[in-house]
Ligand binder design. Sequence first.
Ligand SMILES: *Cc1c(COP(=O)(O)O)cnc(C)c1O
Length: 461
Amino acid sequence: MRYISTRGTAPALSFEQAMLTGLARDGGLYLPDTIPHLAASDIAAMAGKSYEEIAFRVMRPFIGDTFDDAQFKQLIAQAYQGFDHAARAPLVQLAPNHFLAELFHGPTLAFKDFAMQLIGQMFQAALARSGDRVTIVGATSGDTGSAAIEAFRGLSNVDVFILYPHGRVSEVQRRQMTTPQESNVHAIAVDGDFDDCQAAVKDMFNDFEFREAVSLAGVNSINWGRVLAQVVYYFTSAVALGAPHRQVSFTVPTGNFGDIFAGYIAKQMGLPIKDLVVATNQNDILHRTLDTGAYVKEGVVPSISPSMDIQVSSNFERALYYAYGGDTSAVAADMQALSSGGFTISQGAYEALKTTYLSGRASEADTRSQIKASLAESGELLCPHSAVGVHVAQTFQGDTPMITLATAHPAKFPDAVKDASGITADLPDRMADIYEKPERVTRVANDLNALQTFIKERIAQ
Ligand SMILES: *Cc1c(COP(=O)(O)O)cnc(C)c1O
């Protein structure tokens, strides 16, 4: 299987190359040239199997000869052994026909661990084989950074630099990034918002001299390896509720569109998903786009669900690629227009998106009252992102079982959760000392040159 760029002019790569690279050289994102299909009997045979076994069956067709079966199984086992729930992604029931997939039992308490722990293992195995060394630079609205640092800390062939918006992540998120003491970990507080951080990382990838000089690698949600790892829990959840014999729907708290896009891949692989619902907070650019066909950037307004405070939703480009039927020049033209403010999706592609994705938004007040209501109705204490999902999911509830993805643990956002519910969400014991540990972070201006200089200096040490 080869991986091709959404913008059509970068060379096709193997799985290993696409994973180690992240962003394509033409600015596009990598996608498999075909999406493998699993027969209903293959899906039926997943019933009762472990998360790790299902992960192997779902991802195996995508990785080519990057790893042999025995090694791939071993990497999967290592990736998920640090999760503190045997099911890895357990389902709990919220209401008749409404289920929550708890994706927050990994080391940093957010769903990002599912992908990051696995690509940490895959990077390490691939780099050990080649002897190469890479510099990972990532932007985060909070959870990607902590998950990446947790996955890559202490690895010998990797330096990891994480850019986060200064003052705009929760204290737990920040401390997860600043308290690891390994010398290959570098947390950078940028004077800007998440979109600024993400733009700086993209600019570094487009600066080929810098890219080569530091062997730049990307682990943001644009990395195909991450999307692939996230396809798995759509399968485990759906199979637990009776797929392939019964359809299910999913609602996904969405920011960068990586998680919901993984659901689209699962559906294309043959998983009987009825609706895929995009849930946004007050930063509702995706909901507005699906509502109107016009993608128009506005300012980011900080919310109590900060991991979704975004205006440039990178993986939406992958959805556009399929909506345009693989017309890479149409995608490239829209992305060009986006850099000067926005674009309008052409009629046919817009129709295609509307049949693929439903959407809704939750205001700050909706989010708070949902945290309170879910606690009263089911005993489940939701994080604000998951509450956005549950709120939106309810408006699409029908005869098909609805699964809302719970993307983070409430203890990651204790202030907002306490404010809404009156309850203090406790961190798991293994993290209880996070408030006492010393922090290590460098504050850097929102300036490409300053950031690149800092990175070069650090890796030279
Ligand atoms: C990253 C994140 C999201 C958004 O996921 P995308 O894949 O970027 O759409 C939602 N909730 C939480 C808690 C997150 O960390």
